[in-house]
Ligand binder design. Structure first.
Ligand code: GCU
Length: 608
């Protein structure tokens, strides 16, 4: 059925004891399943659940959400051919959020899987069956919050907390059946647009406006998770207009939500997007830390600062954002991007479980209490454009629930759930391909942390100097001798934003992870890498190897028996990926060859 093409086909209804057992029996009679499901109320158990193998007490939880998660976990294990996950399971974070950048006209900012599943013609419009299918898959990996509208809140989206509240409430009810709460992006200037003299967070009239608005919203959607705000970022309004701090702005909104149990999520994607490329005194990755670190400890208890995983903007590979490691007195949320804006746009294959592993490994802060992902969903038949892109959504849920998740297990489970008919050898080949796909993409695009050689605006395909003389602060400053920016203490000073251990690691080119060398260092083309190759040779080799690897991926995919409706999409997209990889290889190699004048040691063809 068209509505059901994500990894889990059970659109389980809200758990109430008896109907729930019935629904399961109908859903899949062949599934091993606990004979009885106990709903024991355990004090303070929250969303946690326990799976035991005793005869009549198999999944125990303090509430319906935990029971739902327990059921999904058992189903997943069964389908994936793993043992039933006996034991106690609790999520690492209370908020596990999907951020959808959907616009009211049905378009999706940086969307690569069709149009919005719930907006069109400036209204809330949806097919309930498809919403149930999405909600069920999200719940099956523990995602419990969905922000339905773009963080860039354009005028037509103001109605979501005003004229269209009844419609939003109906949508909220559909998600609620799966223990998913809605979150709404709001526009900081809304009171001003609505007719007040300002949107100054310290103006009592503005505070009152937001308090009343929150009352109206919560009257219709009592379990709304809260508001999400992008302020003073890429042209969005914010407290800086009134000379106020971001703590003033966030706390004002948090106050309006507090009585309703809501949280205020404030994004930290703040930087100067009108930089003069001649200005070497400003280094964009330093911006978030500079804006927020001085405010540590000033935010209300129900404010969460949401920080992108890297200091730039979802490049192929970035170091961890130093802000995530330096706000001990502030609630933080990690933000990752499933939408493959810079990573192949759901045409090229780029699997993220390995990236999630690395991110969580370096991010030890106790204050991280939520995880958010920019959605890769749309109304395409398969919901994610490339059918393999749903792995990234699945994996995000797994890591947000359990940051100790293993990328290989997660990928293997997703393969079993999505393509149950694959024989073990084929599943292994797909597993290997997916596990390597990130490194392959990195090689033919911008290896070693280089980043930003992508076509401006569209962000697909190569353009080595596309961003070099622009205002976005994203430069590599390649010349005939060297490439990269020195971000050490002797350079822009960026490394000093990290805790000492990481500072030391990144500061020295000999200890800096090679896959981030050109993020932190400016290196000559004749610099010798750890394996003895020169930097220029490594750049050539990576691009040749990356493009070759894509051709091999195409051969593997051709031999795997995917269901017909997926097979065609997979075939078309890998052909497009082959062309993209060749284009990247030739453009980037030619660029560096022309600049450096150094030939490829292996005499391969570079187009001059
Ligand atoms: C990127 C992206 C924008 C988006 C922004 C954000 O810059 O290109 O479309 O609005 O991130 O995260 O807010």
């Amino acid at each position: 059925m068209a509505a059901n093409t994500l990894w889990l086909n059970e659109t389980l209804p809200e758990i109430t004891h008896t109907p729930y057992e019935t629904a399961l029996a109908e859903a899949d009679a062949a599934v091993w399943f606990p004979k009885r499901i106990c709903l024991d109320r355990l004090d303070g158990a929250g969303e946690a659940y326990t799976v035991s193998e005793t005869a009549d007490s198999c999944i125990i939880s303090g509430n319906d959400a935990g029971l739902l998660y327990g059921v999904y976990a058992v189903l997943t294990a069964w389908r994936a051919g793993r043992p039933i996950p006996v034991g106690h399971h609790a999520p690492a974070y209370a908020l596990r959020m999907l951020n959808c950048w959907d616009n009211m006209d049905g378009s999706i900012e940086r969307g690569y899987a069709g149009r919005s599943l719930w907006f069109d013609h400036d209204r809330v419009e949806y097919d309930p069956e498809r919403i149930r299918c999405v909600a069920s898959s999200l719940a099956s990996v523990g995602i419990n919050t969905v922000c339905i509208n773009n963080v860039n809140v354009h005028e037509s989206a103001l109605s979501l907390i005003d004229g269209q509240l009844d419609e939003v409430a109906k949508l909220a009810a559909l998600f609620r059946a799966y223990h998913i709460r809605l979150l709404l992006s709001v526009n900081f200037a809304h009171p001003y647009i609505a007719g007040l003299e300002s949107a100054d967070p310290l103006d009592p009239a503005v505070r009152e406006w937001w308090a009343k608005r929150a009352d109206l919203v919560y009257a219709k959607i009592p379990d709304l998770a809260g508001f999400l705000v992008k302020a003073d970022s890429e042209g969005r309004p914010g407290p800086y207009t009134y000379g106020r701090s971001h703590a003033d702005g966030a706390n004002m909104l948090a106050e309006a939500l507090e009585g309703h149990g809501g949280v205020l999520i404030w994004r930290c994607f703040v930087y100067n997007c009108r930089q003069d490329w001649r200005d070497r005194g400003t280094d964009r990755p330093m911006a978030a830390y500079e804006h927020y670190h001085p405010l540590d400890g000033q935010f209300a208890d129900n404010v969460i600062l949401q920080v992108k995983n890297g200091p730039f903007d979802f490049q192929v590979r970035e170091p961890i954002s130093p802000l995530l490691l330096s706000m001990p007195k502030t609630n933080l949320a990690l933000e990752v991007q499933l939408a493959q804006e810079y990573t192949g746009q759901q045409i090229d294959i780029y699997s993220m479980p390995g990236m999630f592993r690395e991110t969580w490994d370096t991010m030890g802060s106790e204050r991280i209490m939520a995880a958010a992902a920019v959605s890769n969903l749309g109304n395409d038949r398969n919901y994610t454009g490339h059918p393999f892109a749903s792995l990234n959504l699945y994996a995000f849920g797994c890591f947000a629930w359990d940051p100790a998740s293993d990328p290989e297990t997660v990928t293997r489970d997703w393969i079993h759930l999505t393509y149950p008919a694959l024989i073990p050898g084929d599943a292994d080949r797909l597993l290997e391909l997916l596990m390597r796909s990130r490194e392959v993409y990195e090689k033919y695009t911008t290896p070693m942390g280089l980043g930003w050689m992508i076509t401006p605006n569209t962000h697909y395909g190569p353009s080595p100097e596309g961003y070099e003389y622009q205002a976005w602060g994203t430069y590599h400053r390649a010349d005939r001798n060297a490439v990269g920016i020195d971000r050490t203490r002797k350079g822009t000073g960026y490394t000093a934003q990290y805790p000492e251990k990481l500072q030391d690691l990144f500061e020295n080119p000999d200890t800096c992870p090679e896959n981030l060398l050109l993020f932190f260092h400016r290196l000559r083309y004749d610099a010798v890498m750890r394996d003895g190759r020169t930097l220029i040779q490594r750049l050539y080799d990576d691009h040749f190897e990356g493009a070759e690897a894509v051709a091999k991926m195409a051969e593997v995919l051709q031999c795997l028996p995917f269901p017909q409706e997926d097979a065609q999409v997979i075939r078309e997209r890998i052909q497009a990926q082959i062309r993209n990889a060749q284009e990247w290889r030739d453009v980037i190699n030619t660029y560096f060859h022309r600049l450096s004048g150094v030939d490829d040691a292996r005499g391969r063809r570079i187009y001059d």
